[in-house]
Design a binder for this molecule. Sequence first.
Ligand code: GLC
Length: 583
Amino acid sequence: MLDAASARQEDLRVLDHRREIVPDWFQRERMVGYVCYVDKFSHTLAGLERHLDYLNELKVTYLHLMPLLQPRPAPNDGGYAVVDFRAVDSRLGSMDDLEHLAGELRARGISLCIDLVVNHTAAEHIWARKALAGEVEYQSFYFTFPDRSLPDAYERTLLDVFPSFAPGSFSWVPDLQAWVWTTFNDYQWDLNYGNPNVFLAMLETMLFLANRGIEVMRLDAVPFIWKRLGTDCQNQPEAHLLLQAFRALVRVVAPAVAFKAEAIVPHHQLVQYLGKGERERTECDLAYHNQLMVQLWSGLAARDAALMTHALMAMPSPPQQTSWVTYVRCHDDIGWAVSDLDAAAAGFNGFRHRRFLNDFYAGRFPGSFARGALFQENFATGDARISGTAASLCGLEQALEVGDALLIDQAIRRLVLLYSVVFSYGGVPLIYMGDEVALRNEHSYEKDPALADDNRWMHRPFMDWDAAARRSDLNSVEGRVFSEFCRLVEARQRVPALQAAGSVTPLWTDNGRIFAYVRAHPRAGQFLGLANFGDGPESCDARILAEARLSDPQLALSSDGRLDVRDGRIHMPPLGCLWLVDR
Ligand code: GLC
């Protein structure tokens, strides 16, 4: 820590000081995130620097570059099997390029976020190679078992993450004559944090990256970092203690750095990653709001706002100094985290609803507009998840094939509707690369044997710069979508009540298709968001304005440019959204 602190560069120290003065920097309404794969967006890190103006057009302040540390050769789980945490994937550039890019971004007010896989390394990482070479010290970096007795005992309560292409959580490694713990693929070896040297090695990695100018670390697969027999080995108390310790120590050296937890877990467990345990502690600063994402897709398919209102009402609020990242799509599949209890409360059968969502988004439910695919269908449990780009899941692919202007219009409205909630629910909204120009599913991965069995690649397309070049042509699909995104960004940045430290509460409306949510901030005032999940015009009782404590409501955003209140009701266009603030 001392070494890292003394090596920290002047401009980063300035940033440290600024952030000590303004600790809520990542909670501000100006925050707009963008997520992309470097190779898919710009081939290289140097190439990315040529597209910074594009990011400025979207007023991006936070850039998450998907895994870019040196991975093993494919297959490498999209870069999540790292052989060297201190080197950049040589196809993308060098560590110097990364440092340079971080500086360029910082100068534009854009914080760089990268993935740090804390749960595992590639089987080819130097630590694993030393373990294979017989170094006992490094064998204890991982979990190894001479026979199946303990693995079998653990597997009684473990869940399968990749049941179809990597069933089980242990892999036999002949060179070790042992079973190695591999939660994900057989080439991803789980690290053993019971060994303090693992903690120290990871801390060194974090400090190294912080000093290269990384401002946000996305800690991949954190729920899995502590194992306990008889449990699902996720969200263990020790995992939280480790994160609290990492956070505290990194902050001593680099106060500018924020941690983002990648924890796709039930909500009472999720908020613990933001430090809300039995007692509040400082842990991660940011975490993915998976539930919001899932509920938005569920609502879109069912034309229903009741289930999301119910489920999101039950969601505990995160500690005041933390924030969600909110998103419509990411590089992973969509798992239907709709609980049986929430479903029942809204009049649905949980199991049947989840099956409906899979059928609907796989495009095999009668009348479905979506073009997606099932991911990891588990024949034992009946579970499955969904792959597909946001635009394809919203119906654009189908609409363009049919060539029907009305269907195209609806698909665009759906995409914008989902993003309108994500931009105003509270937290850092993320634009997943290509959504701003409505990129559809890509199928080129099917021809690559290293990727073919993982259909998540269908929603990890290459940036289509020709399509993006049409973004200012308002007659093109790209232009229509891009201009709507710009409208959302600009509207968001004008609404102080979207500061993440405020609270968010879903409200019941008297119309089961209209989702309503209030944001309240002690200094920045009230905000009411409305989103119509119905395909037709809908209205709700205007008394909701008073309930949201908006005495003199003013329009911050409206899909048809107006606030239409007649006969005591707020009228909304099909798939429309409305943002209102205090005057
Ligand atoms: C995270 C990533 C996912 C990856 C897994 C294993 O969940 O988002 O893409 O497969 O970790 O590293």
